[in-house]
Design a protein around this ligand. Structure first.
Ligand code: SF4
Length: 362
């Protein structure tokens, strides 16, 4: 298991070295300012985003906590029988796979790593590479194939069949611009299919993902994919409304090719409160996952930093979102701060979290 993580870390480090240049670091400084401004003005940005998203044809919902979030999702998919999901850590925070399955709704992950861990009954161990701890042989075995060619053919066939009859889709979002657009970065193309083919789609995301403008959202997106080791992703999906046509007599038909309903669920779950705490910087995190690979503890132990998110920043995310959290694997070496494009001081937040856990501070 550790060898798999070591390989992934080596691969990412080499790719980042090739990609990250002076321009990237200047862009990352801009993005840090964008995030600081967004979190400072979050109430205003939420109001603006809601108005503009609704104007663009989205339904918008809010959930204060997991219970409310699950209710919104279950109500929305009440009459659905098969829901396909693109990768979303917030959907794990909401434990949507269990919630939907308990209501008799068939749920399928479509991101390859997520699909494999769903079939193995595991949970994600990394923000962008959920199956980082799984060996190829384990993936082959659970899918009943011999090699990567077999895996590709099997997954393609399986998910094409599911997509053809799915009546619901769930995606996450990397960034939301307050002028009314969703940004979803991906390489596989599954988020594109899941957000376009089913009749009803819901995007679930944290409130901290909202930024002030379309151009800011583009900057944040570029920092995410470059920090994750890509010159550019295979797909950058920008969704600014629902499918519609006015081709015949200017009469608007909704949902002609894409979904006729696209809802967005903004989850708070401790984020708004975190703005006034020692953990505020967590809300600047763009979830590129780079810091996890720089952490000697993450690589050596593949440990449990809590119930939803992994790694040092994951332990803080777990804490502010009310999940079990374990900050004690942090060695305080500071490697993550050096790696983080936004220079988020994860060790300092973990130091405070350790103090809270041992009852030294509240
Ligand atoms: S803390 Fe920084 S490096 Fe780690 S996931 Fe968040 S933005 Fe990326």
């Amino acid at each position: 298991m550790l060898v798999v993580i070591k390989k992934a870390r080596k691969n990412l480090t080499e790719r980042r070295l090739r990609i990250l240049n002076r321009e990237f670091f200047r862009l990352a400084e801009d993005v840090r300012k964008i995030k600081e401004h967004s979190i400072e003005n979050l109430e205003y940005l939420i109001d603006t985003a809601v108005k503009n998203l609704e104007k663009n044809g989205f339904e918008v919902y809010f959930a204060k906590n997991v219970r409310e979030g699950q209710k919104v999702v279950l109500d929305f998919f009440e009459d659905s029988s098969t829901v396909l999901k693109a990768k979303s850590m917030v959907s794990h925070e909401l434990d949507l796979n269990s919630a939907l399955s308990e209501k008799g709704i068939e749920v399928w992950e479509t991101d390859l790593g997520e699909l494999v861990i769903q079939m193995l009954n595991e949970r994600p161990r990394h923000m962008t590479m959920p199956a980082i701890h799984i060996k190829a042989e384990e993936a082959f075995k659970v899918l009943g194939v011999q090699d990567f060619e077999g895996l590709k053919a099997k997954v393609r066939k399986l998910l094409r069949e599911k997509l053809a009859r799915a009546d619901g889709g769930i995606t996450g979002a990397n960034v939301i611009s307050s002028d009314g657009s969703l940004f979803i970065i991906e390489n596989e193309g599954n988020a594109r299919l899941v957000s376009a083919l089913p009749e009803k789609v819901m995007t679930v995301t944290g409130v901290e993902k909202i930024v002030d403008s379309f151009s800011s959202a583009v900057k944040v997106s570029e920092v995410i994919w470059k920090s994750a080791g890509y010159y550019s992703p295979s797909y950058l999906n920008v969704i600014s409304g629902i499918s519609k046509s006015g081709d015949i007599e200017k009469r608007i038909i909704k949902g002609l090719h894409g979904p006729s309903k696209h809802a967005i669920l903004f989850l708070d779950n401790g984020r708004m409160k975190a703005r006034d705490s020692a953990f505020k910087e967590t809300l600047y995190c763009v979830r590129c996952g780079a810091c996890q690979f720089s952490c000697p503890s993450y690589e050596a132990l593949n440990a449990d930093w809590g119930t939803v998110y992994s790694g040092g920043i994951g332990a803080v995310w777990n804490y502010i979102t009310g999940s079990e959290s374990n900050p004690f694997y942090c060695l305080n070496c500071g490697a993550c701060v050096e790696t983080c494009p936004l220079r988020i001081d994860v060790p300092e937040m973990l130091r405070k979290l350790k103090m809270i856990k041992i009852g030294k501070i509240n």
